[in-house]
Ligand binder design. Structure first.
Ligand SMILES: [Zn+2]
Ligand SMILES: [Zn+2]
Length: 265
């Protein structure tokens, strides 16, 4: 068991290091990354160091917790089947969208904000922000994420493939969401898929404005429960066109954007 935990930890640290270094290079050293910054505000060195020192502690902690979860067989995996894999994906997707929204919103109330404060040291995010969590928050996230899938695995087939199929894109979208770079085209939010799924701009607005956009991968809970920023699609489109916001307090006028464009007045 100890060897398994050690192996998972090393693997996890290596994966995080590659992802974060790649994200940092892509966002700050490429022309694409510099041009499409959501906030055209430079991140201070002290923020980077604070985040770096947090993730140096949290990544091994997280990976040991995950490894212990595996060692204790908290999730009872079934043999591979396509139906089980699809079901696993659906359960993880729906459950994570649900608990994350409500718990995240709770974390933004005065009683719980302390738990979430480490992640919100960054108003303009960097790829390092993706793993900047306190031990308490990281533990709560893990327990919540595991709870229902672990319980359901005793009644319905949960496959390892389903976990991988959900987790890998989830990790990639999470890093993208903290890069301060809008990677989708400017028209993306006017498509059906772009209205359903979040973009990097979506979570960038959560960090800069704090009260709103609590959702994980979809915009649905924020739209349903009144925490959606109406000017989001305008900000996304501006950032994707190389014209990101220049101040944290900037809001774009939705009323004007919705006026018919063929007026001669
Ligand atoms: Zn938050
Ligand atoms: Zn974040």
């Amino acid at each position: 068991m100890l060897l398994g935990i050690l192996f998972t930890t090393i693997l996890f640290i290596a994966r995080s290091a590659v992802a974060i270094t790649g994200g940092l290079l892509a966002s700050s050293k490429t022309q694409f990354g510099r041009a499409r910054r959501i906030y055209r505000i430079d991140i201070s060195e002290s923020q980077m160091w604070a985040e770096f020192s947090t993730i140096i502690k949290i990544i091994p902690f997280y990976s040991v917790m995950v490894a212990i979860g595996y060692a204790l067989n908290l999730i009872r995996y079934s043999d591979f089947s396509w139906s089980g894999t699809f079901l696993t994906f659906a359960i993880l997707f729906l459950w994570n969208e649900t608990w994350f929204y409500f718990f995240h919103r709770l974390e933004h109330t005065p009683k719980f904000i302390k738990l979430h404060a480490t992640h919100h040291r960054s108003k303009v995010t960097s790829p390092l922000t993706v793993s900047a969590f306190s031990f308490g928050e990281q533990t709560a996230h893990l327990l919540l994420a595991l709870s229902i899938p672990a319980l359901l695995s005793h009644f319905v087939p949960i496959t390892f493939a389903g976990v991988v199929v959900y987790s890998v894109p989830m990790i990639i979208f999470n890093i993208l969401g903290h890069m301060n770079v809008e990677v989708y085209p400017s028209w993306f939010t006017s498509t059906l898929i772009g209205q359903f799924f979040v973009t990097p701009t979506y979570h960038a607005l959560h960090h800069s404005r704090i009260k709103g956009h609590y959702g994980l991968l979809t915009t649905i809970p924020d739209r349903l429960f009144g925490s959606y920023f109406e000017d989001y699609y305008l900000v996304q489109s501006r950032a994707a066109s190389g014209n990101g916001l220049t101040s944290l307090s900037e809001r774009l006028s939705v009323a004007q954007a919705r006026l018919p464009q063929n007026s001669f007045s």
